[in-house]
Design a binder for this molecule. Sequence first.
Ligand SMILES: Nc1ncnc2c1ncn2[C@@H]1O[C@H](COP(=O)(O)OP(=O)(O)O)[C@@H](O)[C@H]1O
Ligand SMILES: Nc1ccn([C@@H]2O[C@H](COP(=O)(O)OP(=O)(O)O)[C@@H](O)[C@H]2O)c(=O)n1
Length: 204
Amino acid sequence: MAFTVAIDGPAASGKGTISREIAAFFGFEHLDTGLLYRAVGFRLLEGIEPIEAAKTLDMSALDPDALRTPDVAQAASKVAAIPEVRAALVDFQRAFATRAGGAVLDGRDIGTVICPEANVKLFVIASPEVRATRRHKELVEKGLEVSFDEVLADVLERDARDMNRQDAPLKPAEDALVIDTTDLSIADAVAQVVEIITEAGGAD
Ligand SMILES: Nc1ncnc2c1ncn2[C@@H]1O[C@H](COP(=O)(O)OP(=O)(O)O)[C@@H](O)[C@H]1O
Ligand SMILES: Nc1ccn([C@@H]2O[C@H](COP(=O)(O)OP(=O)(O)O)[C@@H](O)[C@H]2O)c(=O)n1
């Protein structure tokens, strides 16, 4: 059965963490679609034209850890505003979403554009300060030298760019359930989502 879970939300709201745990719990495949845009952003920083980079994207040639930096995140949100870049990535994401055994995709436009027919749509939010605190901790633990203020600025700048672009802006689908993780532990957020997906038939 092709059961699809769409999880969208602003930067560092907890989408990826919830998606990974949900995938492990239900045996679904997980696609972090942000990594696709980060990969194109990474290529842009190398001087490669973004539309060409998106059309010839080879994720196996890139180390996900090298993509999870604030510089690459900024480049990602710039290339993500180019309609031809987004168009080049649609087929891959839709094919992933319909794979047998179930799939969870997280990003910005999964419930609105990529999988409007998803069985479950979630929009994960948290306050900007909490999101920046969590992301700052994560980056420092990885050995990156970055200040809290820089991380907060990155998060706010990307949110604004992502919400205000013409093509596939960041917004909840009309039928998305909003999960606010500001005061939720990872375990509590995951437990809520497990319940929602189970009620929607994801475990059947
Ligand atoms: N509910 C939560 N409580 C505390 N920390 C969290 C929670 N959800 C996520 N985190 C942490 O916040 C950071 C950003 O989460 P992540 O899942 O990568 O966000 P996103 O995929 O939305 O960018 C990670 O370091 C993650 O471990
Ligand atoms: N489906 C998606 C996923 C990411 N993106 C873009 O890619 C950037 C990086 O996404 P990400 O999910 O890796 O970012 P974080 O939320 O992990 O910080 C975002 O700021 C968006 O501009 C998008 O436009 N559409």
